[in-house]
Design a protein around this ligand. Structure first.
Ligand code: CA
Length: 240
């Protein structure tokens, strides 16, 4: 009995030491305990995005009532990703909760065009909707970049990014980003902040999560109850 207890204590101690040392070994990136050991990247580079033209400068100085929006600089520090990680979203199979969204509509989400033109914005029906990316096989993903629509400064509501092992999102579901602080989507209250849509998009740190499916939720915006997407990029590489 005491041997088992000692073994458990040692195991716990080892886990604690790993939890501290692993992030240090990967350039101070905070990796999840269950994903960190799967990451063997040695060369990390800044994520460089091809940005569309800005339509407006900066973001409004005051947060609209009832939002938790970030009004300070709209520029995010670039994430570091493994050198061999690439945008794997264009090769994925895209589906949506909005069955009116055609295959041609969904294809626009990964066609590389991110300009804030009307035709380039894919609109989806009102209420909570999702778009889902089947990456084809398990991938290590490091960044998810989302341009909902940056034609005017708007704030999308209930932006939630999840990953799972199955297409129905019942197995090994992990939340990578969630600014639904009131849990209006029923997926759990998030702690992330809302943000204004800009030409820079929103980069979510996926921390090397090993995933097959990625799902992005939203529930309209401060301008419309419709949901909008201009482009989504997912930076990853085959799971080692
Ligand atoms: Ca596009």
């Amino acid at each position: 009995m005491s041997e088992i207890f000692t073994s458990r204590k040692c195991g716990l101690r080892r886990s604690l030491v790993l939890a501290v040392l692993v992030p240090l070994a990967f350039g101070c990136k905070t990796l999840w305990a269950d994903d960190a050991p799967k990451t063997n990247a040695t060369e990390w580079v800044p994520l460089v995005l091809k940005l569309p033209s800005p339509v407006f400068a900066g973001t409004p100085p005051a947060a609209p009532p009832g939002t938790t929006v970030e009004t300070a600089p709209d520029k995010q520090e670039p994430l570091k990703i493994p050198k061999d990680a690439q945008n794997i979203a264009p090769a994925s199979k895209i589906t949506s909760s909005d069955k009116n969204a055609t295959r041609a509509d969904l294809a626009k989400i990964t066609d590389g065009n991110k300009e804030a033109e009307g035709d380039d914005i894919v609109q989806m029906r009102k209420g909570l909707q999702w778009v889902q990316f089947d990456l084809g096989s398990n991938k290590e993903i490091y960044a998810i970049v989302i341009w909902h629509a940056h034609d005017i400064p708007k704030i999308c509501r209930s932006v939630i990014v999840q990953a799972a092992d199955d297409e129905d999102f019942t197995e090994n579901v992990r939340t990578l980003f969630n600014n639904d602080r009131e849990n209006s989507a029923g997926l759990g209250a998030g702690t992330d902040r809302q943000y204004f849509e800009t030409f820079r998009g929103k980069t979510v740190d996926a921390k090397g999560a090993r995933v097959r499916y990625v799902r992005l939720y939203s529930n309209g915006s401060t301008e419309s109850r419709l949901n909008e997407y201009t482009e989504v990029e997912i930076y990853g590489r085959p799971a080692k």
